[in-house]
Design a binder for this molecule. Structure first.
Ligand SMILES: [Zn+2]
Length: 269
């Protein structure tokens, strides 16, 4: 049994419970892309601003590829995919980083980075469309904002508890500034949850099919990722540390394939 400190009164628990319920209800937003109701304490504009800030840091600290062939391939495929989605506040920017680690990432507001090291695994335009479609889906489904909101929710909960115990004045503004300060760290360091990964796979496959890329190539790409991670003695690709290539992942895409193939055939007419 948990014993509460003597200064913790029952009315504090009641107050905290009500505050949590109200905060949760107030922050439930229906997403335009999926129709699902999700927990978001940020607006798309706030997310975009934090995403842009993080992206600027990454560009300043990384080496941007000057290779015209690679750049034109990535931009061509990315633009074909971007045309399939509607994110009103997005300021799309796709940058190729000269980095041998196989990686790709997306930040809120339409900032996407591709490492040159992932290209041997994507192999062709359709393989690249599988990776970019997945990253684009993280943006359209506001996964960064949701991750940030969960972290802020936890932090707000702790702060509310501290305030309830200490009976101090609630400094919302100060708290919000702290939350915004950790925003870029959340986007850069925390991986998306497994359910967000599966969701990004589903939407990504639909986007690539609508853009005219054979969705079968998404499955082929994931099989190459799985093989690369199982090679004895080799370090698994960096993307795999946040995007595990498990059999469920491939199975989900195989289940979705007939529907995606129908979208692909329509796009080719
Ligand atoms: Zn992902």
């Amino acid at each position: 049994m948990i014993s509460l400190p003597s200064f913790f009164k029952p009315q504090h628990i009641l107050w905290l419970s009500w505050t949590s319920v109200l905060l949760f209800l107030a922050a439930c937003v229906q997403l335009q892309e999926s129709g699902r109701s999700v927990f978001l304490v940020t607006t798309p504009e706030q997310e975009a601003s934090m995403g842009a800030e993080s992206f600027a840091q990454l560009k300043a600290g990384g080496k941007i590829s000057g290779d015209p062939v690679t750049n034109s391939q990535v931009q061509r495929v990315a633009q074909n995919l971007i045309r399939q989605v509607n994110v009103p506040n997005a300021n799309w920017e796709v940058v190729v980083f000269d980095d041998p680690t196989p990686n790709a990432f997306a930040l809120p507001g339409g900032k996407i980075g591709v490492h040159t090291g992932i290209l041997p695994l994507t192999q062709n335009d359709a393989g690249l469309a599988a990776v970019l479609g997945h990253e684009l889906a993280h943006v359209t489904l506001r996964h960064g904002g949701q991750r940030f909101s969960q972290q802020s929710g936890i932090m707000l909960g702790y702060s509310a508890l501290g305030i309830a115990l200490a009976n101090e004045e609630y400094k919302t503004r100060q708290l919000w500034q702290t939350a915004a300060g950790i925003g870029s760290q959340v986007f850069l360091t925390l991986p998306f949850s497994r359910s967000h990964e599966y969701e990004a796979d589903r939407y990504g496959m639909t986007y690539m099919a609508r853009a005219g890329y054979d969705p079968q190539e998404a499955i082929n790409f994931w099989k190459r990722m799985e093989a690369a991670s199982n090679q004895p003695g080799s370090k698994p690709p960096e993307w795999l540390s946040t995007h595990p290539a498990d059999s469920n992942r491939i199975k989900q895409l195989q289940d979705l394939l007939p529907q995606a193939q129908a979208e692909y055939q329509r796009a080719r007419l």
